[in-house]
Design a protein. Structure first.
Length: 290
């Protein structure tokens, strides 16, 4: 039976004993003040005109783009930050992934990468769909996306905004219900800043939050986002790395996933197995891996 097939037979968290890992955060969060985002209103006005220009340009240049991905490129507003992770504005997903904009305007946006382990300490990987604009059909960690410029995903305290976004995207990409991945069960372990061109036009320039979670879940992948899924052991992952390095089977890994693997993943995996993830967390440092 393939690893992908195994994925659909995993018990839900209601019926499977999980390792005892202390939640990182209390479920009690300070109230969100609607007025707290007024400081950034001028950024929205500026970016709307920019987005309009991008949409017009996109109509002419990207007519062949998949309809779902095209809609997300222009509807989603990413959070722009400086290299210290301070919010400086927002812009469309389209603009944030244009290498021309990244290079000429140094656009840097906030992102997250989820690493979900089951109770056997196997890591869930996904293969990005063929229609993804950046890095199609590459293998990567469980879920990689962006918090959006909306109140619930701009909350900096305890990385709550990013964790809210991660919960949203796990449902969107992998069909995992929110109740199966409570926000208080995500452990933010660190942040990294990286830049990676995808092709001549598109690329990534992200300040990426690395979120770990241990849950047994049922998965129903969204084909617009995900081509395949599988759980891997440490040894399985090492074999994937070997094949990617050797160019075997056309296998490719996303650049952000490879950075995490090369710099953090295996030592953090030790903490997953021991139930000591909090000991590994360092949210004060931003690792610049450019």
């Amino acid at each position: 039976m393939s690893l992908s097939s195994r994925l659909y037979t995993v018990a839900s968290p209601k019926h499977c004993a999980l390792p005892q890992i202390s939640p990182l955060f209390s479920l009690k969060y300070p109230p969100i003040l609607t007025g707290s985002l007024r400081f950034a209103s001028h950024f929205r006005r500026a970016s709307l005109s920019s987005s309009t220009r991008s949409t017009t340009m996109g109509d002419a240049v990207d007519a062949g783009m998949d309809a779902v991905q095209r809609r997300l490129m222009f509807e989603d507003e990413c959070i722009l930050v400086d290299e210290n992770d301070r919010v400086v504005g927002h812009d469309t997903k389209y603009n944030c992934h244009l290498m021309e904009k990244i290079e000429s305007e140094n656009l840097l946006h906030r992102a997250f990468s989820v690493f979900l382990f089951n109770s056997k300490y196997e890591l869930l990987l996904q293969q990005r769909s063929a229609t993804k604009v950046t890095f199609p059909l590459v293998w990567t960690n469980t879920c990689c996306s962006h918090p959006l410029y909306r109140e619930s995903e701009l909350i900096d305290e305890n990385a709550l905004g990013v964790r809210n976004a991660a919960q949203r995207k796990l449902l969107d990409e992998l069909g995992i219900p929110a109740e199966d991945v409570p926000v208080d069960q995500f452990t933010p372990l660190g942040r990294m800043l990286y830049k990676a061109p995808s092709d001549g036009k598109w690329g990534e320039h992200e300040l990426d939050y690395l979120l770990f979670i241990v849950r047994d879940v049922n998965v129903n992948p969204n084909p617009d986002e995900v081509a395949d899924v599988k759980y891997v052991t440490r040894n399985d992952l090492k074999e994937l790395l070997r094949k990617a390095d050797a160019g075997e089977e056309g296998l490719k890994l996303s650049p952000w996933f490879r950075l995490v693997v090369d710099n953090f993943l295996f030592k953090w995996w030790d903490h997953v197995e021991k139930g000591t993830l909090l000991e590994a967390a360092d949210m004060k440092t931003i690792h610049k891996l450019i």
